[in-house]
Design a protein around this ligand. Structure first.
Ligand code: ADP
Ligand code: ZN
Length: 206
């Protein structure tokens, strides 16, 4: 099973990805997490993409595609994958079709007007890659899942969020049409509780 999660920033991709990966035994690959990990470890790749990510723009296609290709060639992707954050534009989708085209594309739909509040209240755990909202966990400092220290992602400020949403509308949203033409899109209402979004996905995948 090869699955892509599509949706605006803050639509809940990361949260659902963890649950889907667990249920179906798929390897969860988040390009955003991989880039953040590289920035934290100050690798060459991390240095290359740091400023770009802080501004909410897309990392270069060649680096990103290379990274995903490499990751998908690993043993744990033999039975499929769950891609979260890739592809993010038509070029990347075309490249992916050349080496590991998806079977299904889950499109998480959330009203863009609600996104800013979702993102600015977000707290992330770099240790387990969990993400939470202060409306649910309160303004606490430690991760409810693993006890790690929660942080506010550097690109989760209102100004950068605006840029990320604009990038999404211009470059990523057209992928919905691209995959609809291939008959692969599953639309999911992302404006429900975490558990209800998840059951909708499970039902649709049956
Ligand atoms: P979100 O979906 O909430 O915006 P991500 O963690 O998926 O967050 O991505 C954060 C940032 O990482 C993006 O704004 C972009 O700079 C970079 N990034 C992630 N995936 C890609 C990709 N496929 N192509 C280019 N840049 C990417
Ligand atoms: Zn954690």
């Amino acid at each position: 099973m090869k699955i892509i999660l599509l949706g605006a920033p803050g639509s809940g991709k990361g949260t659902q990805a963890v649950k889907i990966a667990e249920k179906y035994g798929l390897t969860h690959i988040s390009t955003g997490d991989i880039f953040r990990e590289n920035i934290k470890n100050q690798t060459e790749l991390g240095k290359k993409v740091k400023a770009i990510m802080d501004e909410g723009r897309l990392c270069p296609d060649d680096v990103t595609c290379e990274l995903v290709k490499d990751r998908l060639s690993k043993n744990d992707c033999k039975n499929g994958y769950l891609l979260d954050g890739f592809p993010r534009n038509l070029f990347q989708a075309g490249e992916l079709d050349k080496f590991a085209a998806p079977d299904k594309v889950i499109n998480l739909i959330v009203d863009l007007g609600k996104i800013e509040r979702r993102i600015t209240g977000r707290r992330s755990c770099p240790k387990c890659n969990g993400s939470f909202h202060i409306d649910f966990i309160g303004d606490v400092k430690t991760c409810p899942t693993c006890g790690g220290e929660l942080v506010i992602r550097k690109d989760d400020n209102p100004e950068t969020v605006k840029e990320r949403l604009s990038v999404y509308e211009k470059q990523t949203a057209p992928l919905v049409d691209y995959y609809t033409a291939q008959g692969k899109v599953i639309d999911i209402d992302g404006d429900q509780s975490i558990d209800d979004v998840f059951s909708s996905i499970v039902k649709a995948l049956k």
